[in-house]
Design a protein around this ligand. Structure first.
Ligand SMILES: NC(=O)c1ccc[n+]([C@@H]2O[C@H](COP(=O)([O-])OP(=O)(O)OC[C@H]3O[C@@H](n4cnc5c(N)ncnc54)[C@H](OP(=O)(O)O)[C@@H]3O)[C@@H](O)[C@H]2O)c1
Length: 399
C-alpha cells in the first residue's frame, strides 16, 4: 500500500518497526531514520528476509532542512515520529513542506522547560488543513489507546460522560533498584512535575505525588497509584463533551519513589545546566547516561501491565459505570518483538494509527487528537494486532 518514514530507533521505534514488518500489505516500504544510524542498520539486519523493504538513514530530527532532504529522497506517504517530543515541531514543519502525513505518540515539549501542552501543535491546524495532509497526535497507549477507549465509550455506551479516570499500572519487575521503562529524561520530567487534573473545565494543580490511591487492578491485584498530570487530559476535556472531571493515575513502587526522591534531593533530576570539569552539562541528561537503557529491560522484565479507562455517566437517564482496559504481559512482548510491554503498548498503537491514516479510514486534512476519529476500526485493530481489550460494567471505582 505505501511507504512510511520512521524517525527514531529507540525502545518504542523498535516495536513500531517490527509491527510494520508484520503488516507488510500496508507498510510495503519503510525507512528507519535516526540520530545513530548503526542502531537503524542493526534493526534492519535483524528483520531482513521479510516482505517489507527496509532502508536506513542518519538524520538530525531537530533540523528541518535535513528532514526535508530525506523526505524528498524517500518520498514517504506518512512519517511516524517516535523520536523525542522535542522534535515534534521540526518534523511537522518538514511534513508540511513535503506534503507527508504525520503521526506521533507524545506532544511537543521545549528542551529547556519541563512543560507539555498541545498549543504548539494545535497551532498547525490551519496549515495542515490547507496542505491537505493529516496529523494524528498522540497515537501511543496513553495518550493514544486511552483516547480511543473514551471515544468508544462515548459512541456506544453513554449519552453523557461525567467522569473519566485513566489508570496506568505497570506491575512488571526488571530486577533493578531503579530504571525507567521509557526514555528516562522524558519519564523523570513527567513524574517530578506537579500533578494536575481537570474539574469543571478548570485545571486543579497538586504537589508531585500528593494524591495517592490503592486500586485492585484486574489480573494484577492491589497497587499504589498516584495522580499525575498527563497530556491527554487537555484534549479529552475538549473532545468528550460535557465531561466534569478527568484524572490520570500511574502506579509506582516504593523503591522507585525512594530513589527518585533521593535523586531529586541531590539535584540529579534538574534540567538547569551546570558547569562540570569545564563544560556545561544538564544533570538529568547525565543521569540518563548512567541509567539502564530502557531498550535493555526487555529480557529482564517479568509481569503484566494493565492500562485502561473508567468512565462514568448516563445512558437513557440511567447511571452507567464502564471500565475498558488492556492487559499486556512483558515476557510475551519480549518473545514476539524483543521489547518489554511499555514499548510494546506504545509501538503497536503508533503502527495502527499510521495504518488508519494510510488506509484512508482516518484520513482528513488538519491536525487531530486520536479521540476525534471513529474509534471502531482502531478498537478492532487492537484485538487483531496484539493489544486485546476487555470491558466490564461493574468496575471498582476510584474515590
Ligand atoms: N503515548 C505513550 O503511551 C508513550 C509511552 C512511552 C513513550 N512515549 C514516547 O515515545 C517516544 C520514544 O520513546 P522511547 O522510549 O522509544 O525513547 P528512546 O528509547 O530514548 O528513543 C528515542 C530515539 O529518538 C532518537 N533521537 C533523539 N533525538 C534525535 C534527533 N535529534 N534526531 C534523530 N533522532 C533522535 C534517539 O536516537 P539515539 O539512538 O541516538 O539516542 C532514539 O533512537 C518519546 O517521545 C516518548 O515520550 C509515548
Amino acid at each position: 500500500m505505501g511507504k512510511a518514514l520512521i524517525i527514531g530507533c529507540g525502545g518504542v521505534a523498535s516495536v513500531v518497526i517490527h509491527k510494520c514488518c508484520q503488516n507488510s500489505e500496508v507498510f510495503e516500504e519503510i525507512m528507519i531514520a535516526s540520530r545513530t544510524k548503526s542502531k537503524c542498520d542493526a534493526l534492519k539486519e535483524k528483520l531482513k528476509g521479510g516482505k517489507t523493504i527496509i532502508s536506513t538513514a542518519q538524520v538530525d530530527a531537530g533540523s528541518v532542512p535535513e528532514l526535508v532532504a530525506l523526505m524528498k529522497d524517500f518520498k514517504p506517504g506518512i512519517c511516524i515520529n517516535v523520536a523525542l517530543p522535542y522534535q515534534d515541531l521540526t518534523i511537522m514543519e518538514a511534513c508540511l513542506e513535503c506534503k507527508v502525513d504525520y503521526v506521533d505518540t507524545a506532544n511537543y515539549e521545549p528542551l529547556d522547560t519541563a512543560k507539555f501542552e498541545y498549543k504548539w501543535q494545535w497551532d498547525y491546524r490551519e496549515r495542515f488543513e490547507k496542505a491537505g495532509i493529516t496529523a494524528l497526535l498522540g497515537s501511543g497507549f496513553d495518550p493514544g489507546v486511552t483516547g480511543v477507549f473514551c471515544a468508544y465509550a462515548q459512541k456506544h455506551y453513554f449519552d453523557e460522560i461525567h467522569y473519566i479516570d485513566i489508570l496506568d499500572c505497570n506491575a512488571g519487575d526488571h530486577g533493578y533498584a531503579f530504571a525507567t521503562n521509557f526514555n528516562p529524561e522524558i519519564n523523570i520530567r513527567e513524574v517530578t512535575a506537579k500533578g494536575a487534573y481537570i474539574e469543571n473545565g478548570e485545571w486543579v494543580e497538586t504537589e508531585p505525588m500528593e494524591i495517592k490511591r490503592v486500586y485492585n487492578f484486574p489480573e494484577i491485584g492491589e497497587k499504589d497509584m498516584y495522580l499525575l498530570h498527563h497530556e491527554e487530559l487537555e484534549s479529552l476535556a475538549l473532545n468528550i463533551k460535557g465531561v466534569k472531571r478527568i484524572r490520570f493515575f500511574m502506579t509506582f513502587g516504593q523503591s522507585y519513589l525512594n530513589h527518585l526522591k533521593c535523586l531529586e534531593n541531590v539535584g540529579m533530576t534538574s534540567i538547569k545546566p551546570i558547569m562540570f570539569e569545564g563544560r556545561e552539562i544538564v544533570p538529568l541528561q547525565f543521569l540518563k547516561a548512567v541509567l539502564p537503557d530502557p531498550a535493555s529491560l526487555g529480557p529482564r522484565t517479568k509481569g503484566k501491565t494493565n492500562i485502561g479507562c473508567i468512565v462514568q455517566g448516563v445512558k437513557d437517564n440511567k447511571p452507567v459505570s464502564y471500565y475498558v482496559y488492556n492487559v499486556c504481559v512483558h515476557e510475551e512482548c519480549y518473545a514476539e518483538v524483543g521489547s518489554q510491554a511499555i514499548s510494546y503498548t506504545t509501538g503497536v498503537p503508533a503502527m495502527l494509527g499510521a495504518m488508519m491514516v494510510m488506509t484512508g479510514k482516518w484520513k482528513k486534512p488538519g491536525v487531530f487528537n486520536i479521540e476525534e476519529f471513529d474509534p471502531d476500526p482502531f478498537m478492532e485493530a487492537l484485538n487483531a494486532w496484539g493489544l486485546p481489550w476487555k470491558e466490564t460494567f461493574a468496575p471498582e471505582l476510584v474515590d
